[in-house]
Ligand binder design. Structure first.
Ligand SMILES: [Zn+2]
Length: 304
């Protein structure tokens, strides 16, 4: 199994910092790649915010919002920043919060017109709509209609960011002493499982609902609601490993686990209701029921 000792209850408060201007007093290893940051041969490192302040709408990260600040090597820092910029642009551009807040709408529009989509050369996020054609047959009649879908997230950058966020939380919860390389606990890639992701209109997806139900009795190690609800994260634990979930900019939810083996929580899940079409398959999104939504309902036991 994994080599960690969770210390629940440490992570629910305000900003936690392992960063000091002097390298020697900051965290000894890069939380993302594990490289040693102390000593004369260490690579250059700088200050890293687990939740970048401009990942979420400007102004929502004011104290006392949760954040985690530490040192990361420059290579990891810039790779994460790149993933973050893309995911922020697309999630805010697609976020239903634009209808509720003129401020968020303005930020989403600004990001949409200043960030290029990585999968569409020379196309801005605001113009990166997907043109879809749906063909079907109803009785003797064959129909075809076009739809315009929202800009899509790049799956690699999305996975990169999810892994980084969970690595940060894992290190925060499991590390005994961040200045001692033997007492820092880092999450290796091979233990990270990303099961699925759900856009806002499908948060009632039967699999997502069932997973949330299954893990509801697991011990809650972290349940974070930060940036006025634009960043959420949870970690839970049972005999089969850890479960994690993230929610970004009130638009995207991601769920997965931490384990070296398959986790039964992701097996035998209900049918998602896909229907075959001449060109593949389609299904109807299911909005979530806010009253019974329990993905981020965990309560951390205050052991310290
Ligand atoms: Zn690194």
């Amino acid at each position: 199994m994994t080599n960690y000792i969770p210390r629940p209850g440490r992570q629910t408060g305000q900003t936690i910092s392992w960063f000091t201007p002097t390298t020697e007093f900051s965290n000894v290893c890069c939380v993302y790649c594990g490289v040693t940051l102390h000593g004369p041969c260490a690579p250059e490192s700088d200050k890293e915010h687990l939740v970048a302040r401009n990942f979420v709408p400007t102004g929502t990260m004011k104290s006392p919002a949760f954040n985690f600040i530490f040192r990361a090597c420059r290579v990891c820092n810039s790779r994460k920043a790149d993933a973050e910029r893309h995911v922020s642009s697309v999630t805010l551009f697609n976020s239903p919060s634009r209808f509720e807040s003129a401020h968020v709408n303005e930020i989403a529009l600004r990001k949409g017109k200043s960030d290029f989509h990585p999968n569409k050369k020379g196309v801005l996020v605001q113009d990166a709509h997907e043109n879809l054609t749906i063909r079907g047959a109803f009785g003797p009649m064959s129909v075809s209609f076009g739809m315009v879908g929202p800009p899509r997230l790049d799956i690699h950058k999305t996975g990169e960011l999810a892994f980084s966020h969970i690595q940060g939380l894992f290190a925060l919860i499991c590390t005994e002493d961040y200045q001692d390389p033997l007492k820092m606990r880092l999450l290796p890639q091979e233990q990270f499982i990303w099961y699925d992701w759900y856009t806002y209109s499908d948060w009632g997806n039967p699999q997502a609902v069932e997973i949330a139900k299954r893990v509801n009795s697991w011990e809650c190690l972290a349940n974070i609601d930060s940036a006025e609800g634009y960043f959420k994260a949870t970690l839970r634990q049972s005999d089969e490993g850890l479960f994690w979930a993230l929610e970004w900019n009130q638009y995207l939810r991601l769920v997965g686990g931490i384990s070296l083996s398959r986790m039964s929580v992701f097996e035998g899940l209900p049918d998602e209701g896909w229907m075959a079409t001449p060109e593949g398959r389609m299904r109807q999104n299911i909005p979530h029921d806010t009253d019974s939504d329990q993905l981020f309902s965990g309560v951390v036991s205050q052991s310290e």
